[in-house]
Design a binder for this molecule. Structure first.
Ligand SMILES: [Zn+2]
Ligand SMILES: [Zn+2]
Length: 454
């Protein structure tokens, strides 16, 4: 089939090969999504439709009460004999995986996970290892991982992204979502509006770094983000349609990872900031807020940096001198300081990607200069950081570094080094290419202090 020219509902992108004018065929292997009031009641129908007989339900004590119990009852009524595991090892690590395997019935043919991040990640990973299909029943919408093909779990006490598979079905019952903590929904909103900066990064990367770009996917994500931003009034009133729209948007952006083949369109500088804060949080035994909340703050900051770039004096000759004078030893010492015990992985990544090496940087400076007018026009269309900040404040979502416990020192290092967490071109890498990181981040930090945000 041909890729749609106009934006469609999430369901229409699932389990169908879409030939696109961008030259790629887009495909998302998820079979069905059902979001709406009472959606959980459709679970037995999907069991019948997909031909499964022996469900194995995973939940924790909370999600059992919220959704697991209901799934169990619905399946029993429909004549199935589900086995339920209320997980007791809640570290979402080797012990959790062991518990899941130990209690798995021999004849089970589908696994059903009820929960949000940790449980559904563990579901996709464990079912993948056990070579079983899986279904997801969402109990909240705090992030866009439900539609992912990977699973995040703790391995040897470190958060690891493990190869897994997509869930076949995602159910989001808006009655259940309405009962989820409000903070969780706001975090989901934060992860969604993060696309304001990730899309901008992607467009810049296509011009400067030659990243594959797809106009239709850009349009699709943009439409969903604009839709949710137009609904902040009903979201604030916690109306079920708005809660459903948040989950819908998160499923769509998650599906885009499969459609595009990586998270490039939906994860940029704002996510690099979140990854960096998570690394620091783990090392310092501190919790710098939920993922989606971090993304919300990171998005405001990324948009502010882009705005500063627009008003900066760009000196391409100075940028070239800066690139030629790059000293990997100084950089390495700084990474060791900023990343502590996580520095090894960052150094390895740079060894492989070489994104800071002078040759590549000089090439990119040439391209930035050649496309400078286009890049400026693109950044000028960016969503104003001040408006976004106000929108987040109105909703009660963190918007400022201060809201999530970040100090001045952490923030400065975030502007300098968060880009090192992934080999992905963003506005931060472009600002670094131009030798403007110090100057622009100083200006943003001064502005944040004036606003009382830092
Ligand atoms: Zn395409
Ligand atoms: Zn995210």
């Amino acid at each position: 089939m041909k890729m749609y020219e106009t934006t469609q509902s999430v369901e229409r992108y699932l389990n169908v090969e879409l030939e696109c004018s961008c030259g790629r065929t887009h495909y998302a292997p998820i079979k069905a999504v059902n979001i709406g009031k009472g959606a959980i009641n459709s679970l037995p129908d999907y069991m019948a439709r997909f031909g499964y007989q022996k469900p194995y339900i995973l939940c924790d004590p909370v999600t059992y009460r919220v959704a697991g119990e209901k799934c169990e009852a619905l399946l029993r009524e429909a004549g199935y004999a589900p086995q339920v595991l209320v997980i007791r090892h809640l570290g979402f690590d080797e012990a959790t995986l062991g518990e899941i395997v130990i209690h798995k019935p021999e004849d089970c043919d589908v696994m059903i996970g009820c929960g949000t991040g940790s449980i559904t990640d563990m579901l996709r990973y464990s079912s993948f290892k056990l070579k079983l299909p899986c279904f997801t029943v969402c109990t909240g919408a705090p992030m866009d991982g439900f539609a992912a093909s990977v699973g995040i779990m703790n391995v040897d006490n470190l958060k690891a992204t493990m190869p897994a598979h997509n869930t076949e079905l995602i159910i989001g019952d808006t009655d259940i979502l309405a009962g989820a903590p409000w903070r969780m929904t706001l975090a989901g909103f934060g992860d969604l509006i993060g696309k304001l900066s990730s899309l901008q990064d992607w467009r810049v990367a296509a011009l400067v770094n030659g990243d594959h770009y797809c106009r239709q996917i850009d349009r699709l994500v943009t439409d969903y983000v604009e839709d949710i931003m137009a609904r902040t009034g009903s979201l604030k009133a916690r109306q079920p349609e708005a809660l459903g729209a948040v989950l819908n948007g998160l499923l769509l952006t998650g599906t885009v990872i499969s459609l595009y083949g990586s998270s490039r369109p939906i994860s940029g500088a704002e996510h690099h900031m979140s990854h960096y804060w998570e690394v620091l949080g783990d090392q310092r035994g501190k919790d710098y807020a939920m993922h989606g909340e971090q993304v919300a703050v990171g998005t405001v900051l990324a948009l502010m940096m882009a705005e500063e770039l627009l008003s900066a004096q760009v000196d391409f000759a100075a940028a070239r001198r800066d690139a030629a004078a790059y000293d990997p030893q100084t950089w390495e010492a700084e990474i060791r300081r900023a990343y502590g015990s996580a520095a090894g992985a960052i150094l390895e990544l740079e060894e492989e990607a070489g994104k800071n090496r002078p040759e590549g940087r000089l090439r990119r400076i040439d391209r930035i200069e050649a496309h400078w007018d286009e890049i400026r026009a693109l950044l000028e269309k960016g969503y104003p950081s001040g408006d976004l900040r106000q929108m987040l404040k109105d909703l009660g979502c963190p918007s400022d570094p201060k809201d999530i416990g970040l100090t001045e020192e952490i923030l400065k290092d975030s502007f300098r080094y968060c880009k090192e967490t992934r080999a992905r071109y963003t506005v931060y890498q472009m600002i670094w290419d131009l030798g403007l990181t110090e100057a622009l981040s100083d200006r943003v930090m001064e502005k944040l202090k004036r606003l009382g945000a830092l």
